[in-house]
Design a protein around this ligand. Structure first.
Ligand SMILES: Cc1cc2nc3c(=O)[nH]c(=O)nc-3n(C[C@H](O)[C@H](O)[C@H](O)COP(=O)(O)O)c2cc1C
Length: 305
């Protein structure tokens, strides 16, 4: 019997191609030495380049995410972490890295409430959920590291928001529809992300970002991940309305080869490139990057709509 062709739409290629199709117009007159400092949830950071919510990195480095957290602390950058044990989250927070915990959409909400309580007790600065990790692509709800996942309703999300005094973030928003639901639910941040391809042919995060920015209208920070590998990628995302970005797979070789120092160096290099792009576009800080410096390669005039 003939089998359906697997993985027809390559998320990585589609996302990279869109990022590479965005061009940057220069503005030199009146430019200043730019600041890439980020204020987030009452904390100050030296950069808007964050670590993506990663997990299961013990094959990359013996201390995995804990070592990565040391690197993020040294860069004074926001640490995120995904699925993992309570002990691991405690060790991450004990490095002093200010951390955002992303909880899986476990089938049983009781497990979620326990994780919310633990993240708050452990000293995370915020927490959230990757709501896109519910369906496995094999015709059934996802089983992740042996745990059953399930879709979450708007009412579920409202109950998670209510269960913590910390900001609650939804990761995996790639539509205006979900962005509106996040506003309804009272969440305090969204991550525009397709989770490195939760569906074939995903909309590239930066392509949908301007629409989501209009829906959110400044009411909460918008974060972006997926193929944000360089400072120029970060610049494009922030110019189009992201408050900050996350780097995931691109930083893993640095963690593997040089541990925490490699992570710090990678974040600092991305930040230097971002500041370079800010300097040549007359952007004095992250909030003052004018979206109209971004051109689409096919456009006759600047400003991606
Ligand atoms: C090894 C690995 C583990 C991940 N684990 C999680 C996770 O537990 N929770 C989550 O929300 N996202 C997880 N992600 C997805 C990332 O947070 C991110 O959305 C994705 O990798 C896209 O970013 P990138 O292109 O910079 O890698 C994981 C990604 C990788 C590569």
């Amino acid at each position: 019997m003939a089998e359906e062709k697997k993985n027809p739409g390559d998320a990585e290629k589609i996302t990279r191609a869109y990022l590479d199709s965005l061009l940057v117009e220069m503005r030199h007159i009146d430019s200043v030495d730019p600041s890439a400092k980020l204020e987030l949830y009452g904390h100050s950071f030296d950069t808007p380049v964050m670590l993506a919510a990663l997990s299961h990195l013990n094959k990359t480095h013996p201390e995995g995410l804990v070592e990565a957290a040391r690197g993020m602390k040294a860069a004074n950058a926001v640490m995120w972490c995904g699925m993992g044990s309570e002990e691991e989250l405690e060790a991450i927070c004990n490095t002093g890295a200010r951390t955002i915990k992303i909880i899986k959409p476990y089938k049983d909400n009781k497990d979620i409430f326990k994780k919310i309580e633990h993240a708050e007790k452990t000293g995370c600065i915020a927490m959230g959920m990757d709501v896109d990790h519910q369906f496995g692509g094999m015709g059934s709800w996802y089983r992740c590291a042996g745990f059953e996942m399930a879709p979450k309703t708007l009412e579920d999300i409202k109950s998670f928001v209510k269960a913590t005094k910390l900001p609650f973030i939804i990761k995996g928003v790639t539509s205006e529809v979900d962005a509106r639901k996040c506003l309804d639910a009272g969440v305090q941040g969204i991550v525009v992300s397709h989770h490195h391809g939760m569906v074939p042919y995903p909309v590239p995060p930066l392509q949908v970002l301007p629409r989501i920015v209009k829906v959110i209208n400044g009411k909460m920070p918008i974060f972006v991940d997926c193929s944000i590998d360089t400072g120029m990628d970060a610049f494009k995302a922030i110019a189009l309305g992201a408050a900050a970005v996350s780097v995931g797979r691109a930083i893993m070789p640095s963690l593997k080869e040089e541990g925490a120092a490699g992570v710090t160096t990678y974040i600092n290099q991305m930040t230097d490139t971002l500041r370079w792009a800010m300097a040549v576009t007359c952007s004095k800080d992250l909030k003052s990057i004018d979206p109209s410096v971004i051109w689409h390669a096919q456009d006759a005039k600047g400003g991606v709509q």
